[in-house]
Design a protein around this ligand. Structure first.
Ligand code: 3SL
Length: 243
C-alpha cells in the first residue's frame, strides 16, 4: 500500500486521484459527519458552494432534510445546524439527509470526489476507517487534510498520522510512506498521541474556535480516539453514507 498525505485540497496533484482516498477535517467537518451518520442520518450531502446546496436541498422534502454549515466557524443564517459534532444528535438527525457546507472540509472532499472508494475519517472513527482500507487492499491511498483556507493544520496532520500508525501496525500488506508530509504527520501523532485534546487546542484552528467561545464539548468529542464504528463512504458524488 502506497500512502501519501496532502495537507490541503490545493496540494493534491492535478489529474485523477487513485481509486482510494480519505479526507480528514478533525475540527470539525469529518467529526461531525461521523457523528451524524452514527446517529442515523440517512446521508450527508456535501457542497463546496452554498448556492448549489440551497438549490439541491430545496428539491428534498422539508420534513426529511436539514441544512448544516459554517463559514469562519459560525453557523450560517437560515441553516438548521452549525458544524458541531455534538449538535447532530439522533433526535435531530435520525432518518434525515444533511445538506452540508463548511469552509474547508467540503472543499477537500470535492477535490477527490472522483475516487471510487472515498472515505471521511476523524479521530473518533479512525480504527473503523483504517480497517475498511485494510480490507480494500488499495495499491495507492491518498489522505487529504482540510487545513484552513489553504494553510496547513496541525490537527489534520495529527489524525493523518494516527491513521497511518494504525495501518503500519495492523495491515498485512507492506505500507510505504510516499511523501515527507506523511512522515511528519507520523511525528505529530507521536508527539500528542497520549493527549489528543492538547494537540487540538494547540492548533491555530483550535485557538480560533476558543475565541468564538463555548466549544469545550466539541473539543472533547473531536479528541476521542476509536470510539465510533461508522465508516462514512461516498456513494455518489458528494453524498456520504454509513458503510
Ligand atoms: O473548515 C471546515 O470545514 C470546518 O470544519 C471548520 S469549523 O471547525 O466548523 O470552524
Amino acid at each position: 500500500m502506497q500512502l501519501s498525505y496532502f495537507h490541503v485540497a490545493a496540494d493534491v496533484p492535478s489529474g485523477d486521484p487513485p481509486e482510494s482516498a480519505v479526507v480528514i477535517d478533525v475540527l470539525r467537518a469529518t467529526t461531525t459527519i461521523a457523528c451524524a451518520l452514527d446517529h442515523g442520518a440517512e446521508a450527508v450531502q456535501t457542497f463546496a458552494d452554498l448556492d448549489d446546496l440551497k438549490i439541491c436541498a430545496s428539491k428534498w422534502p422539508v420534513s426529511s432534510r436539514l441544512l448544516l454549515g459554517e463559514r469562519g466557524g459560525r453557523m450560517l443564517e437560515g441553516f438548521d445546524l452549525g458544524n458541531s459534532p455534538v449538535a447532530v444528535d439522533a433526535e435531530k438527525v435520525c432518518g434525515k439527509r444533511l445538506f452540508m457546507s463548511t469552509t474547508n472540509g467540503t472543499r477537500s472532499l470535492h477535490r477527490v470526489s472522483t475516487a471510487s472508494n472515498l472515505y471521511t475519517a476523524s479521530l473518533l472513527n479512525r480504527r473503523a476507517v483504517a480497517e475498511a482500507i485494510i480490507k480494500g487492499k488499495p495499491r495507492d491511498l491518498w489522505i487529504v487534510g482540510s487545513g484552513w483556507e489553504g494553510d496547513y493544520s496541525l490537527e489534520d496532520s495529527f489524525a493523518a498520522g494516527a491513521l497511518t500508525a494504525y495501518l503500519l501496525e495492523n495491515s498485512k500488506e507492506m505500507v510505504h510512506l510516499m511523501n515527507d508530509e506523511l512522515i511528519s504527520a507520523l511525528a505529530v501523532w507521536e508527539q500528542w498521541k497520549t493527549n489528543p485534546e492538547a494537540c487540538l487546542r494547540t492548533a491555530s484552528h483550535g485557538k480560533r474556535l476558543v475565541k468564538l467561545g463555548d466549544h469545550d464539548a466539541d473539543f472533547s468529542c473531536c479528541a476521542q480516539l476509536d470510539k465510533l464504528a461508522v465508516v462514512p463512504k461516498q456513494v455518489e458524488p458528494g453524498v456520504l453514507m454509513a458503510s
